[in-house]
Ligand binder design. Structure first.
Ligand code: GLN
Length: 493
């Protein structure tokens, strides 16, 4: 253990904060072009071991950095993310850059447009470094399902970074980007952020446009940021959130100043402190003792900072995993039908005849986990089984959502562990898909309910593995979640 931990140490590095970078750019102490080059140098050194980046977009990044330098030289006002080096999960499209979604079936595909979240980062002056590794079509909890090899956790390179946005979390933990974008369908931002010791945000469903996100399960998919601290994550969300005419499910609600929200204390003068709920169902059997102790320490710190804490009940939590894996696979089976060997990417050399080209391309192009889910989802949707599985799952989904709404009538935020265990070893769960699915127990309910949340580092285990606290809030109450997360961060647990 000690030698492993020592060897891994060199991979963990904290990026500078957005405020520091901004001050340095404005004063001329740092140039955006030098900053971008220094990130590419580090990527060259560390990426061979970590396997975080699948492709780099140097030309675009350097052009943007030059634009920022020109603005700074003239003394013009800099946009919110001017010069900030950012990485993008490979399920989000960038014009002209490869977009594999971690799958062989999209090999060679270069989309002709930017995802809305990417375009917004670009307009805010961010320097987009490249595309980040992930589980194939965002299906997984360890980034071991990528067709391009697993990502290693910078904290301990023998361990997984979590998934499916493992590349996005590891990139921030190793300072191979100041911030990144990921996607979360059932935990894919929150769980890897917790495994790598960084901050991850699950925005309310519809808060960030899904336009240009390669679909996994459309009623669950969200785009969200990773950063090394809560305030920076809040700033990024403020940039990418908002209504988008290209996504009919995007919310028209105004976008608050999330960074300012995160600055607010838990107890404002003359007002009652925030009310926190702790659900017993999230501290039951199966929770690692060290994770439990770390989260309890976090809750004690929140109390000390002025919160009131009370138990809340979420009794349907036990049905969350089967419900999620029915809804998500059903939607995936429909969404993935478009990968036919004709329209995008990989085409089998086995056949020229359209009907068998489809079969061969999908057989060769998809990995085992994706095929398993297409089968499961097709089964759940088939005549004769639809009522028993898909319809039932939708009904339970509604119950889960109502349960949260009832709880949020009494408390402002709910705190739980993000994952029942810290980062596990590479290969530890690959032979047992069910064990892998069960690792999502604390994240899938918020996905099904459409509510928002933030995961924030909350102490470490004795072996030095990060533990994440999940802070959940009602629809469109991201500001509250940031505020609570900020207090956990300030407690230096
Ligand atoms: N681990 C979950 C799954 O495999 C969640 C993935 C995600 O959020 N994209 O489906």
């Amino acid at each position: 253990m000690p030698s492993e931990a020592k060897a891994a140490e060199t991979y963990v590095e904290k990026p500078r904060t957005l405020a520091e970078l901004r001050a340095d750019l404005i004063s001329g102490r740092t140039k955006a072009t030098d900053l971008a080059s220094s990130y590419y140098e580090r990527i060259e050194k560390k990426n061979p071991r970590l396997n975080v980046y699948l492709s780099l977009t140097k030309e675009r990044a350097l052009k943007q950095a030059e634009r920022v330098d020109a603005l700074a030289a003239k003394g013009d006002p800099l946009p919110a993310l001017a010069g900030v080096p950012v990485g993008i999960k490979d399920v989000l499209v960038m014009q002209g850059a490869p977009a594999t979604a971690g799958s062989k079936i999209l090999q060679g595909y270069r989309p002709p447009y930017d995802a809305t979240a990417v375009a917004k980062l670009d307009a805010a002056g961010a320097v987009l470094l490249g595309k980040l590794n992930c589980d194939e079509f965002a299906m997984g909890s360890s980034t071991e399902n990528s067709a391009y090899g697993p990502v290693r956790n910078p904290v301990d390179t023998e361990r997984v970074p979590g998934g499916s946005s493992g590349g996005s979390a590891a990139a921030v933990a190793a300072n191979l980007a100041v911030a990144t974008l990921g996607s979360d369908t059932g935990g894919s931002i929150r769980q890897p952020a917790s495994f790598c010791g960084v901050v991850g945000v699950l925005p309310t469903y519809g808060r960030v446009s899904r336009y240009g996100l390669i679909a996994f399960a459309s009623s669950l998919d969200r785009v969200g940021p990773f950063a090394a601290n809560v305030r920076d994550a809040a700033t990024l969300l403020g940039v990418i959130a908002g209504h988008d005419a290209k996504d009919a499910t995007s919310s028209a609600a105004p976008v608050p100043d999330y960074a300012a929200e995160s600055d607010k204390p838990l107890k404002e003068p003359g007002k009652a402190g925030l009310r926190l709920g702790v659900p017993a169902e999230y501290f039951a059997e199966g929770l690692d003792d060290e994770v439990r102790a770390a989260i309890e320490g976090g809750i004690a710190a929140l109390k000390a900072a002025g919160c009131t804490v009370k138990p809340v009940s979420l009794p349907h939590t036990k049905y969350a995993i089967p419900t999620y894996y029915l809804v998500a696979t059903a939607e995936a089976s429909a969404n993935l039908a478009r990968f036919d060997g004709v329209r995008y990417g990989y085409r089998s050399a086995e056949s020229e005849i359209l009907s068998s080209l489809y079969r061969h391309s999908r057989d060769e192009g998809f990995g085992a986990e994706v095929k398993r889910r297409i089968l499961l989802g097709t089964y759940a949707l088939s005549a004769g089984y639809y009522d028993a599985y898909y319809l039932k799952a939708q009904q339970v989904r509604r119950l889960l959502a109502e349960e949260y709404l009832r709880a949020f009538a009494e408390v402002d935020a709910i705190v739980t562990p993000t994952s029942p265990m810290p980062a596990f070893k590479l290969g530890e769960k690959t032979g047992d898909p069910l064990a892998m699915y069960l690792a999502d127990i604390y994240t899938v309910t918020a996905s099904l309910a459409g509510i928002c949340g933030v995961t924030v580092p909350c102490g470490t285990t004795q072996a030095g593995l990060p533990v994440g606290m999940q802070v959940l809030a009602a629809h469109l109450h991201e500001g509250t979640a940031f505020r609570v997360a900020r207090a956990v961060e300030s407690a230096h647990l």
